[in-house]
Design a protein around this ligand. Structure first.
Ligand code: MG
Ligand code: MG
Length: 249
């Protein structure tokens, strides 16, 4: 069941989005060789709590971190810890917070000490462009499946693949609500988009095959072929005037 949000609820979610965006931006400034993913997690938790919000992910189905930190062939849901960043790493930071009972969710991919290859540079650029295309396709009166089709066109048009086993999602009082927002054309038309819909669009794009595996920690999702993956995510509200990116930096 899709829960549309009132303008008052969207206002609360705008605040949640602002806190997430500020946290992501601060974390991007902290990424450097030698810092551990656990250090980044501690910084994020402090920033979120100082803003008067709560981390969305901590304790979610038992997840131990405030943020997800996924490196290189890790796609999403990496657990922060003692691993130290090294030059050439491609780090995915995924941040969520709860403000006044409403969640917001956003992710970026960043290079540690510069891009390791032209292919990595292209992958990260194309993944962000696929998110932008997905956001542009989120229009009231149109089927939600337009989003996945737009994401897929950009990613596959550049020779990459879209992860199919994980998707974007509605966001609200729950971190993950209906509807599911696939990053590819799954053959379904999807519900018609209406004002008040709030969704996280989050393309996960792989250099190689789209198939995934979960590591023995039961969280970390990796590419099955261990090729490089990138991830970008925004939480977006559909308004009468078009999509509003609540987590814009
Ligand atoms: Mg996320
Ligand atoms: Mg999400």
């Amino acid at each position: 069941m899709i829960i549309l949000k009132s303008p008052e609820e969207v206002a609360l979610m705008r605040r949640a989005g602002r806190i997430v965006a500020d946290t992501v931006e601060r974390l991007m400034g902290e990424v450097r060789p030698g810092i551990s993913t656990g250090d980044l997690d501690a910084i994020a938790e402090r920033l979120i709590r100082e803003s008067g919000a709560l981390p969305s992910f901590k304790g979610y189905r038992g997840f131990p971190g405030t943020i997800c930190t996924s490196l290189n062939e890790e796609i999403v849901h990496g657990i922060p810890g003692g691993r130290r960043l090294i030059p050439g790493d491609v780090l995915k930071l995924d941040v969520g917070c709860i403000w006044e009972g409403y969640h917001s969710d956003s992710a970026v991919s960043v290079f540690v000490g510069g891009p390791p290859s032209d292919e990595a540079t292209k992958l990260v650029r194309v993944t962000e462009e696929s998110l932008e295309a997905g956001i542009a396709a989120l229009r009231a009166g149109q089927p939600l499946s337009d989003v996945g089709r737009a994401v897929q066109q950009v990613a596959e048009g550049a020779g990459f693949s879209c992860v199919r086993e994980y998707a974007g999602h509605g966001v609200g009082r729950a971190l993950h609500e209906d509807p599911s927002v696939p990053n590819y054309d799954d053959g379904r038309r999807g519900p018609v988009v209406k004002p008040g819909l709030v969704v996280a669009i989050e393309p996960m794009v792989n250099v190689g095959d789209w198939r995934t595996r979960v590591l023995a920690d039961d969280w970390t999702v990796v590419t099955r072929d261990r090729g490089l993956s990138a991830h970008f995510e925004h939480t977006i509200a559909v308004t009468e005037d078009g999509p509003e990116v609540l987590t814009a930096r």
